[in-house]
Every structure is written in C-alpha cells, then in structure tokens.
Design a protein. Structure first.
Length: 328
C-alpha cells in the first residue's frame, strides 16, 4: 500500500495510525511497539496507547529531522515568521545588510539595495542569527555576488532520486567588489547554505564563528488528514564536480561577537601620533569605526573594507563591464 513512499514516510504514517486509533501497531523490529506495550501492561504499568502513539510519531520525526514539527489542523497559519531586512549605506559606499531570515521578500530587498548602491566600495552581509527556508531567496542573494550561470548548489529529491543543479540567476550584476559575510553559531538553514556558496569565492571573506551545521530546507507536508509535518524535504549539496561541503562553515577570520574571548575596539582618538588634528576623511573613518567598535566581527569587516578602499580604489568601469565574467 505504501510502496513508492520514502522509508521515513512509512514510519510516520504508521505512527499517525497509532495516534489516530489509539491502538498499538506492530513494527517490523525485534522489539515491536505492540510487544513493548503488552509487556508493560503485564507488569502492571498503566499504558496510555494514544499518548504512546504521539511519542512514537515525535520520535520518528526527530530521528528523520531533529528540527521537524508535527501539528494538527490548518498549518498555513503556522508558517515561520517573515524575516526582516535592514540595510544602510556607509562611508566610501560601504553597504551593510542585516538579514534575520532568507525569504523571497528579504532577498528582493537585499538585491535591490545592492544594485542601487552608488559606487560601492564593498558590502557587509550580516547572516548572524539568520535562518530561512527558501532556496529561491538563496539564489536571489547569491546572484548579487556570483556571476550569472555559475553553479550554486544541487538539490537532491530523494523521493524520485533526482538531482537538480541550481545556477546563479541574475539579472542582478555580480559586481566585483569585496564582500564581508558575517556568521555565527546560529547561522542555519538557508543562511548557512548561502554562506557555504560564498565561502572561498574571490573577494569574499567569511568572518565570525562556525555556523550551526543545519543547512536544511523545510516545508509543510500533509501527512494525513488534519496532520502536517514541518520537515526537511530536500537535501542541498555542493554542485557535482566541486568539493563536498563540510558539515559547518568555518570562518576565514574568527571573531566572536561577545563573551570573554572578544575584546571591543578601544576609543578612537581625534589626533594622530604627533598630536596633529586628523583630516576630515580620517575623522569620518574613525567615527565609523567608533560606531561599530562594540561589535568585534562587524568592526573587523568594516576595518578591512576601509583599508581596501584606501589602498585599492574600486575600478567601477571594470566592475560593471566584467560583471558577468566567471572568476578565474
């Protein structure tokens, strides 16, 4: 009856039958659920079969996907809260984008901001504490940094045994300017997939701490009448021919955000070593560094971009005319 369904789905439906009927079901295992219930009842232990059924279902879900959730009723009003996107334009054309979740809406806002920034010296993409369950959003944001047509990731659909390659979509031009990507141990799901795509690419620096290691994309799946599972439905991996992705994304520059290991930047003086007043440009640079000094990863990213802007001005004509070239 259930041929063609993944193994985890068959277990899940079996558990739901237990839950719906309140009766034990035999599992093909040395110690089946029904035998365990019968043994406990024989020992005088009070057994609530309905409750056990729900526990069994939860156990199957957690085994398949530790982040899975099972709900009854209409699941449409239980979708994750829409993510927020905050963007700012700083000195020298430095663009700062903070995303709480990669959704189609936040991806559009991010792409529009990056495309509209005049004469960018670099971007800071803050993915700390960020998640997201939209591969469309991952593609859209990656398209701002990765040349059109470049492989991004492959999606494995284990239901039909197919692997589909996803490439950078455009039409946003992938401008060749430095990108600082901030991550931490709560960077997960779509945000972690994006960090995996960007790490190791030209002009990209990943700064912060190691990500969570949960690059899963979940969606609501109707399992049985009135029951829905929020569960990992596809597996995302590196494109064929590229090095396999590690379980977590390690930063290129380790910089904890807070705690005993991090040290906030000291106050920025208004004079140089010779006690002479500094220039207006230097004063603005120092004021920006003072603003971000309480956030070590952000301060490190800002300091790198300010340094690059000073020693290697961006060739915007080159960046625009070569925006669709693949990096060598």
């Amino acid at each position: 009856m259930m041929r063609g369904f993944p193994g985890w789905m068959r277990w899940l439906v079996a558990g739901l039958i237990i839950l719906g009927s309140g009766m034990p079901a035999c599992a093909e295992a040395p110690l089946s659920l029904s035998r365990l219930i019968a043994f406990l009842a024989g020992q005088g232990v009070a057994v609530e079969t309905g409750r056990i059924g729900r526990v069994a279902v939860d156990a199957v879900l957690r085994h398949v996907d530790p982040g899975a959730v099972l709900v009854s009723g209409d699941a449409t009003n239980r979708l994750p809260v829409a993510g927020a996107c905050h963007s700012e334009s700083w000195l020298h054309g430095i663009g700062y984008v903070r995303m709480t979740s990669l959704t189609p809406e936040t991806a559009v806002k991010t792409a529009d901001f990056m495309a509209g920034l005049q004469r960018p010296a670099g971007h800071i993409l803050d993915l700390r504490q960020a998640g997201g369950d939209s591969l469309e959003a991952v593609e859209r944001v990656a398209g701002c940094m990765v040349p059109e047509g470049s492989p991004l990731f492959s999606v494995v659909d284990e239901r039909i045994g197919a692997t589909n390659l996803h490439v950078s979509p455009g039409p946003e031009p992938a401008v060749r300017v430095p990108f600082m990507v901030l991550v931490d141990n709560q960077t997960r799901n779509g945000a972690e997939i994006l960090a995996r795509i960007l790490k190791g690419r030209p002009d990209v620096f990943v700064i912060g701490t190691t990500t969570r290691g949960e690059a899963a994309i979940r969606q609501w799946i109707p399992v049985q009448t009135n029951w829905h599972a929020w569960i990992r439905s596809v597996r995302v991996q590196a494109p064929a021919g590229m090095m396999d992705w590690p379980a977590q994304v390690d930063p290129d520059i380790v910089s904890p955000r807070s705690g005993a290991e991090s040290i906030a930047a000291p106050p920025v003086p208004d004079t140089d070593d010779s006690e002479r007043p500094i220039s207006e440009q230097a004063r603005q640079d120092r004021e920006l560094m003072r603003r971000v000094s309480g956030d070590p990863p952000l301060a490190r990213a800002t300091d790198i971009l300010l340094g690059l802007a000073a020693v290697r001005p961006v060739d915007h004509e080159y960046a625009t005319s070569h925006s669709n070239e693949r990096p060598r």
